[in-house]
Ligand binder design. Structure first.
Ligand code: ZN
Ligand code: FE
Length: 239
């Protein structure tokens, strides 16, 4: 099992510090390098890999500093390698990347960006979704279509229900409002919203969240077709 630390950055971003049992460490999406450096220093750890889900600045801006400071290798989707820059290990869909003895499976999830990837650690039941799946939401369609994102969601929904989702933004409260507007009579949604309110009052992250919970509460996971999914995404843009 990997140890996962959720680190806050900027106003509502998260990056994730992963420690494998054999002492190989990685960070996923360190836009701001400071929280990662602080954590590593505090715990006397080194950094071996910097992993990116997609090329947006709030996910990659810390790459150069962390690479220079720790000699870490940058691991990123091959399709976005040129935009990210300095990439040492390029990933394609369905690759297995080894973090120490932990297998990380790459799942290409076009939509938010064309080459965006989610990373699945099967033995730890952990999925890092970047800006593709958010708790009760989905990423904006900057480069892909609604159909792309619908297909990407289907790939994620095929994973085991006990998979824990780590998304890259704390958008949960806002997303919940939209889900509720579309799905008023859903008791599971109301229960999750109460839990989310409580966590936010305590200034705690609302993630990770299980895929099972998302299937019951995330309106985008309830869409039956690409058309329905796309219509929801447009509604959300104007919500
Ligand atoms: Zn993004
Ligand atoms: Fe982002």
């Amino acid at each position: 099992m990997i140890k996962i630390e959720i680190l806050s950055m900027y106003r509502d971003n998260y990056c994730f510090l992963l420690q494998s049992p054999c002492g190989i460490n990685a960070v996923i999406d360190a836009g701001d390098p400071a929280p990662t450096i602080n954590f590593l220093d505090e715990h006397g750890l080194n950094l071996d890999f910097i992993i990116n889900t997609h090329h947006h600045w709030d996910h990659v801006d810390g790459n150069d500093m962390l690479k220079a400071k720790y000699g870490a290798k940058i691991v990123a989707p091959a399709k976005e390698s040129a935009q990210i820059g300095g990439v040492d290990i390029e990933l394609k869909d369905g690759y297995i990347f080894m973090l120490g003895e932990e297998k990380m499976l790459t799942i290409e999830t076009a939509g938010h960006t064309i080459g965006a990837m989610c990373y699945y650690f099967e033995d730890s039941s952990a999925l890092f979704t970047g800006d593709t799946v958010f708790s009760m939401g989905c990423g904006r369609l900057f480069e892909g279509t609604g159909e792309d994102m619908f297909k990407s969601f289907a790939k994620i929904m095929a994973l085991p229900d006990d998979t824990m989702i780590y998304c890259a933004h704390e958008y949960t409260r806002g997303n919940a409002g939209f889900c509720l507007s579309q799905d008023r009579d859903n008791p599971d949604l109301r229960k999750r919203i109460e839990q989310v309110k409580e966590l936010r009052l305590q200034n705690k992250p609302t993630i990770p969240v299980s895929l099972a919970t998302e299937k019951k509460t995330n309106i985008f996971m309830k869409a039956k077709s690409a058309e329905e999914f796309s219509a929801l995404r447009i509604k959300k843009d104007n919500f």
